[in-house]
Design a protein around this ligand. Structure first.
Ligand SMILES: [Zn+2]
Length: 300
């Protein structure tokens, strides 16, 4: 390659390749002119010499130039582990009203229970159980907002008993189910809005915990949504400063999630954010940054 050619690999990108840094997966692929093969930055195979390495923003581009996808790192598709987790996520989503055991997920994903647990956590940022719990709360809220009674929503979502409902939603609602059903009546909630790479984010919390994480294009729309969800709560805006450090410190996210369909990604983000206390928001905020990676070339 000639100096200055756009295909030449920068110092930063080359460093990522040498370090086999997974966080750069999806940002680019690199090809070895000597072998004709292209890889993710994290490929475990031995690196080519830098002077023989070319960079492409997308796998499609590398293929157009005649390079073949590496069989170790799957630069143009999901890896087997990613496929497994995607299957597990889809299964959970479709069976929220039932108890999903680790064994079931293990079968669905074709990973051993232990391996599934670890891989799921690495990719999603939550354990399968925490993911189920959080999705259940989200669906409960959705049903209640649609006008269902607490008990009907409770059973439909699969809590089994009102007692279980109250217990399980203690953290995820920021209030009791009854107060939620009544539009947050009398409750004080603070909210903050910030720009993120996923668009605007509105976070609202009560003394009992976060009660809403809303994503959208427009601040005004988010605020309207919040008011609609909690028409009888006392809402007060506060500065986003306390979340900011969390955003900045969020550097070690796993890039794999960004290959999931956007709707699921946004949902996972909201779950993670919503199920964690403010002191451990770092992981919840991973997903904001994920979007910056602009992984466009991976098939869904
Ligand atoms: Zn490779």
């Amino acid at each position: 390659m000639m100096a200055g050619d756009p295909g030449r690999i920068s110092n930063v990108d080359w460093h990522a390749v040498v370090k086999k840094d997974r966080h750069y997966d999806g940002k680019f692929v690199y090809a070895a002119v000597t072998t004709g093969i292209y890889c993710r930055p994290s490929c475990p195979a031995r690196n080519p010499q830098r002077r023989n390495a070319l960079i492409f923003l997308t796998a499609a581009e590398a293929e157009r130039r005649g390079y073949a996808a590496c069989l170790r790192c799957y630069p143009n598709s999901l890896t087997p582990a990613e496929k497994s987790i995607k299957a597990a996520l889809e299964y959970i989503e479709a069976h929220l009203d039932q108890t999903t055991t680790l064994n079931t997920l293990s079968q669905v994903s074709r990973l051993s229970p232990h391996h599934l647990q670890e891989t799921f956590k690495r990719i999603v940022g939550l354990s399968p159980k925490a993911f189920c719990d959080a999705r259940r709360i989200a669906r409960f809220k959705q049903y209640v907002r649609a006008g269902q009674s607490i008990s009907s929503a409770c059973y439909e979502v699969g809590y089994g008993s009102i007692r279980a409902l109250y217990e399980k939603t203690r953290k995820g609602l920021g209030m009791t189910p009854a107060v939620y059903r009544h539009g947050g009546k009398g409750i004080h909630a603070c909210y903050a809005i910030t720009d993120s790479l996923l668009g605007s984010v509105l976070v609202a919390g009560t003394e009992q915990g976060l009660c809403a994480v809303l994503l959208g294009e427009d601040e005004k729309v988010l605020l309207r949504e919040l008011r609609k969800e909690f028409p009888d709560a006392i809402l007060k805006q506060e500065s986003f400063a306390k979340w900011e450090a969390a955003i900045l410190s969020c550097q070690d996210e796993d890039p794999l999630l960004s290959k999931l369909p956007e709707s699921l990604r946004g949902r996972v983000f909201q779950l993670e954010f919503g199920t964690r206390s403010s002191s451990s928001l770092r992981q919840g905020l991973r997903f904001m940054q994920l979007d910056s990676r602009r992984i466009l070339h991976f098939p869904k």
